[in-house]
Write a protein that binds this ligand. Structure first.
Ligand code: 4NP
Length: 154
């Protein structure tokens, strides 16, 4: 099973989701069965490490994002991954535009798995530190929900 998290820049929300979900999957004993990656719909930050504020907030919860590097979503991702999960409705629109017709991937919002269908993980880039805490809290809740879902699907 392969899961891809998508946001705009791949330096704040989706790398945070990758790091949080990777730890949750390990704790659930599913590390051998689930592959995880993240990317952005935009190209501004290609090759960059996650935003320093996102790294710091994650590190306070014991999650190291420093090794991650931004990459851009491609058409190929929709045949490579089983779940392609966006952070907000803008991401989702861009994802659906790029999705090829032969893709069987589940394309939707990550927070659908937190029991809040249609809800968005807000972009924390132009805000304060509390925005990054909020992102982490939402992502932790959605990660738990996605693990329950994958356990049923595996
Ligand atoms: P992300 O946050 O989509 O969560 O990685 C953003 C990062 C950069 C920009 C926007 C959002 N930006 O406009 O550069």
């Amino acid at each position: 099973m392969k899961v891809l998290f998508v946001c705009l820049g791949n330096i704040c929300r989706s790398p945070t989701a990758e790091g949080v979900f990777r730890r949750a999957i390990k704790q659930a004993g599913l590390a051998e069965q689930v592959e995880i990656d993240s990317c952005g719909v935009g190209s501004w930050h290609l090759g960059k490490a996650p935003d320093a504020r996102a790294q710091q907030a994650a590190l306070l919860r014991g999650i190291d994002l420093s090794g991650l590097r931004a990459r851009q979503l491609s058409e190929h991702d929709f045949t490579e991954f089983d779940y392609v999960l966006g952070m907000d409705q803008d991401n989702l629109r861009a994802m659906r535009d790029l999705k090829p017709t032969n893709s069987k991937a589940h394309v939707g919002l990550f927070l659908d798995f937190a029991g809040t269908p249609g809800a968005e993980v807000p972009d924390p880039y132009y805000g304060g530190d509390e925005g990054f805490e909020n992102v982490l809290n939402m992502i932790e809740a959605a990660s738990d929900g996605l693990i329950q879902h994958l356990k049923r699907a595996l």
